[in-house]
Design a binder for this molecule. Structure first.
Ligand SMILES: Cc1ncc(COP(=O)(O)O)c(C=O)c1O
Length: 372
């Protein structure tokens, strides 16, 4: 079996250090808002080339608290993509604001600037570009439009830690960058975790209050907050893993390059496109292939754990039907959701395993052609 990623192998390679870090926390008696978190915050801020980083309980909470820190709520509109994980949109709805969907680029899968200005209304408060699969969004025109219309930019960096755009780390480009440490991310903890980066002292202070029940002084509450702290055990694990991140990202790029090589003559398969001046960290290696569902089914039957991210775009999901979108409203998004297929990509995968993945994919394509 070739998994989509192999967390057990990764753990084995650093078991001693992680076990020690966890044990140290358990013995310390300090489990919430302690030294590991404050040190990790400094380390991530520095890694992401931002002034501040604020640890929270998940990537979803990072996005939610970022919007709350900007006082986004009922009556406001936030522009984002429908081709993303649900959390990006969920948090907009949770604040009481209205998600406004925009098309993605057919090559990069990311928010396309071309329709942006058409979607901006007097109610628009913010834009959430999502650096999907680890590839940075083409940010320059978005940042320019945000400046022109006085809008906030909250980067969804959940899948993109270490990714760069024009030499700058994602998360340092907009007003805030929201990261997830969900186990499948390039930097994952052993549970849920998230972080927000920002260059604003005001926003960093506000986020620290919001994540802790709206409180600066214990039992005095100036804001309506949440309980959303990154706990010490997760912070300690992430501190052990962070020094390996660049090496893992580099390895994932090598894996992607080898897939590109193996797939170059397979005309049915469109390989991922890398935007100029970006450094994609390949949280997913995602190809486009016709008859995708059948092919995915076939691959999985042969024990190649390919995945579909994401089969139904958010504007067509039941939970968001109240927004009034219908099939055909976002044709590129809808077409992509029918053809995307992510192949196993993780630092420990071998070239031999990659060759097996590609052989299985080729056979599945041949089989599907024969039966269509
Ligand atoms: C694009 C995107 N945004 C937000 C999130 C939410 O992160 P978390 O699962 O840590 O809440 C994810 C996680 O899968 C994601 O992929």
């Amino acid at each position: 079996m070739i998994p989509i990623l192999d967390l057990k192998e990764q753990y084995k390679s650093m078991q001693k250090d992680i076990n020690k870090a966890v044990l140290d926390v358990m013995q310390s008696g300090s489990y919430i808002l302690g030294k590991n978190l404050s040190t990790l915050e400094s380390e991530i801020a520095s890694y992401c080339e931002s002034e501040h980083a604020v640890g929270v309980a998940s990537g979803t909470d990072a996005l939610h608290l970022a919007l709350r820190a900007l006082d986004i709520g009922p009556g406001d509109e936030v522009i984002t993509v429908s081709f993303t994980f649900v959390a990006t949109v969920e948090v907009i709805a949770l604040t009481g604001a209205t998600p406004v969907f925009i098309e993605v680029d057919e090559n990069t899968f990311n928010l396309a600037y071309r329709d942006l200005e058409k979607k901006i209304t007097p109610k628009t408060k913010a834009i959430i570009p999502v650096h999907l699969y680890g590839q940075a969004v083409d940010m320059s025109p978005i940042l320019k439009a945000a400046k022109k219309y006085d809008l906030y930019v909250v980067e969804d960096c959940a899948q993109a830690i270490g990714s760069t755009y024009k030499g700058k780390k994602v998360g340092s480009l907009g007003d805030m960058g929201c990261f997830s440490f969900f186990p499948t991310k390039n930097l994952g903890c052993f549970g849920d975790g998230g972080m927000i980066t920002t260059n604003s002292n005001y926003l960093a202070d506000k986020l620290k209050v919001l994540r802790n029940h709206g409180s600066q002084t214990r039992y005095y509450h100036d804001e309506i907050g949440l309980n959303s702290r990154l706990d010490e055990i997760q912070a300690a694990i992430l501190r052990v893993k962070l020094p390996y991140l660049d090496g893992w990202n580099k390895k994932r790029r090598e894996v992607a390059n080898y897939y590109n090589q193996l797939l170059q003559d397979v005309e049915e398969v469109k390989i991922p496109y890398e935007l100029d001046d970006t450094y994609c960290i390949y949280n997913q290696y995602t190809v486009q292939v016709p008859n995708r569902d059948k092919i995915n089914h076939d691959m999985r039957e042969k024990n190649i754990m390919s995945m579909i991210y994401y089969p139904v775009p958010l504007h067509l999901q039941k939970a968001y039907s109240y927004l009034g979108y219908k099939e055909g409203d976002l044709p590129i998004t809808e077409a992509l959701s029918n053809v995307v297929l992510s192949l196993p990509n993780f630092p420990e995968i071998t070239q031999k395993q990659q060759e097996t993945v590609v052989e299985t994919l080729k056979n599945a394509i041949i089989k599907t052609k024969a039966t269509v």
